[in-house]
Design a protein around this ligand. Structure first.
Ligand SMILES: [Zn+2]
Length: 170
């Protein structure tokens, strides 16, 4: 396994709507394992393939932040159904360091996905897990958490993103 570099805003790959995984092979399993290691090394709770430069619908999630090593949830081609409730809580993103803001997310979702062998499964997620899954599925559609912000919170985000664009050019 190896730790991969995480792409930072404004990398254009972060804006790609990723195509579905169609081949469930050792390459996919190696990518998932590397992503789990990368997420744990970065002390993140979730990571989407596009964040490591791979345009495919794969995300890894571990709301224990790596404390339980085998606990990572791997979602291939995830689809969110049946969102319920609404809760505003703090989010951040490994691709937008040093910025957090409160985002509205459903409190409960149903997720349909495949595992690394291609077998379909479903799960119901609540609270933080639901929030992280929504954040990662957004990534697979090229959407960043800051896109959900409105008003004053959006202005704060815009200032931070402008600084990141300037640093990327410098
Ligand atoms: Zn993110």
């Amino acid at each position: 396994m190896s730790v991969m570099p995480i792409l930072l805003y404004p990398d254009p790959v972060l804006r790609v709507r990723c195509p579905e995984v169609t081949v469930f092979d050792d390459g996919l399993r190696k990518l998932a394992a590397d992503m789990v290691e990368t997420m744990h090394a970065a002390v993140g709770v979730g990571l989407a393939a596009s964040q490591v430069g791979v345009e495919t619908r794969l995300a890894v999630i571990d709301v224990s932040v790596g404390e339980e090593e085998d606990d990572a949830l791997v979602l291939v081609n995830p689809v969110i159904d049946d969102p319920k409730g609404d809760e505003r809580d703090v989010e951040g993103c490994l691709s937008i360091p040093e910025f957090t803001e409160k985002v509205d997310r459903p409190t409960e979702i149903r997720v349909r996905a495949q595992d690394l062998e291609g077998a379909p499964f479903e799960l119901v997620a609540e609270g933080l897990l639901a929030r992280v899954i929504c954040h990662e599925v957004d990534h697979l559609d090229g959407v960043l958490f800051v896109d959900h912000l409105r008003g004053l919170r959006r202005e704060k985000a815009k200032r931070h993103l402008r600084r990141m664009r300037e640093e990327a050019i410098a």
